[in-house]
Ligand binder design. Structure first.
Ligand code: TTP
Ligand code: MG
Length: 363
């Protein structure tokens, strides 16, 4: 967050995508008799709270986190469905692979929403609105579900925009529209201003952006701490926060510190065998194998040695991993007197993204 603004040619292009009535829409998709009906996911008839409600139910005032009995009072014909988190997770994975067709700079906020930085994108498309439309269409094709998109030059505005024309919305806030738009925006719609702060602001007569804008940075910091400075900036449309790409795992490994320092092949080998077993299980569990296997040794003098072998395919066979690991150890027995730690890692993983662009971004 800084006060600096970018010149138009440095302007970022950010899209925020949020699925519409996510859990409820998945239920309506999979159980067609629920289409067009007021439904709530979770909550049960009397106990528990609802996770979300279909748009039909929202007309009656049914909301997320509402106790089931209250939801039923508001909407007697409400149908409660038990949640199916595994299905929501699958859809979440599907939408993320759609996003990846456009950019690798993706920051998921939850199962059903994410920021995408499309300033540079895999389609070579300049106009972010076209990309947002294409993403919506592709999500619909893949999942049969609708989402809403917000397009702007910063995260804050993209997020606010995606919420403006739900469901199935696509809202663009251009740089020159930002300040006027924010002046008219109710504080309750300011993403990042929680309920407690919202109430505190209301008590100070701050109901809309334009009220917030009357406050100096100094006074806001005095009242709200560091967040005050953030509020000062966002109401002016200044939000430099980068879209933070998910960190993609670059290697997967195991290591063990030995009970005592070991020098002889005969002593080290059984430890390595156990480590190979563990390592293989770990790779299997992650369902992620690598083309490079690295043996790591720490000497009793705390010097670290790493030795690797690479293949031009993913090494998925435990025997092959074993052969590589043992060869690496055998050919390096001369490199140390005694070792205190031994480790194995796989890198050049199947899950890895092809380029490192997002890492450079995520400083
Ligand atoms: P949201 O995106 O907040 O809501 P939504 O997708 O249901 O509806 P909208 O069209 O307004 O975006 O949350 C996504 C999912 O997360 C939602 O379907 C259910 C779950 N969730 C909870 O479990 N508890 C909650 O309090 C909220 C807000 C959401
Ligand atoms: Mg949603």
């Amino acid at each position: 967050m800084s006060g600096k603004t970018r010149s138009p040619d440095q302007q970022r292009k950010i899209i925020h995508i949020d699925m519409d009535a996510f859990y409820a829409s998945v239920e309506q998709r999979d159980f067609p008799h629920l289409k067009g009906k007021p439904i709530a996911v979770g909550g049960g008839e009397n106990r528990g709270v609802t996770t979300t409600a279909s748009y039909e139910a929202r007309k009656f005032g049914v909301r997320s986190a509402m106790p089931g009995y209250k939801a039923k009072q508001l909407c007697p014909q409400l149908i409660f469905m038990p949640p199916r988190f595994d299905v929501y997770k699958q859809v979440s994975d599907q939408i993320r692979s759609v996003f990846r067709n456009y950019t690798d700079i993706i920051e998921p906020l939850s199962f059903d929403e994410a920021f995408l930085d499309v300033t540079e994108n895999k389609k070579g498309e300049e106009i972010a609105t076209y990309l947002a439309q294409a993403i919506k269409t592709e999500i619909k094709a893949v999942t049969e579900l609708s989402c809403s998109a917000g397009v702007s030059y910063c995260k804050f505005l993209a997020k606010v925009a995606s919420d403006m024309n739900k469901p199935d919305g696509l809202t663009v806030i251009k740089p020159h529209q930002a300040e006027a738009f924010l002046e008219e925006l109710p504080i309750s719609k300011f993403f990042g201003v929680g309920k407690v702060t919202g109430r505190k602001m209301a008590a100070l007569g701050i109901e809309f952006g334009k009220d917030l804008k009357k406050w100096s940075r100094f006074d806001l910091v005095e009242r709200f701490g560091k967040a005050g400075s953030f509020y000062y900036d966002i109401v002016r449309g200044i939000d430099e926060r980068p879209v933070k790409a998910e960190r993609v795992r670059k290697s997967l490994g195991v290591e063990r510190t030995l009970d005592e320092d070991l020098a002889e092949m005969d002593d080290i080998l059984p430890v390595l065998e156990r480590l190979i077993d563990l390592f293989f299980k770990r790779l299997q569990k992650a369902d992620n194998f690598g083309r490079t296997i690295t043996l790591k040794l720490k000497t009793h003098e705390f010097q670290t040695l790493t030795r690797s072998q690479s293949r031009n395919y993913f090494v998925k066979d435990q025997n092959e991993i074993r052969t590589i690991a043992i060869q690496l150890l055998e050919s390096n027995m001369e490199a140390f007197e005694k070792i205190r730690l031994i480790g194995l890692t796989a890198s050049n993983l199947e899950d890895e993204l092809e380029d490192d662009a997002q890492m450079a971004f995520d400083f």
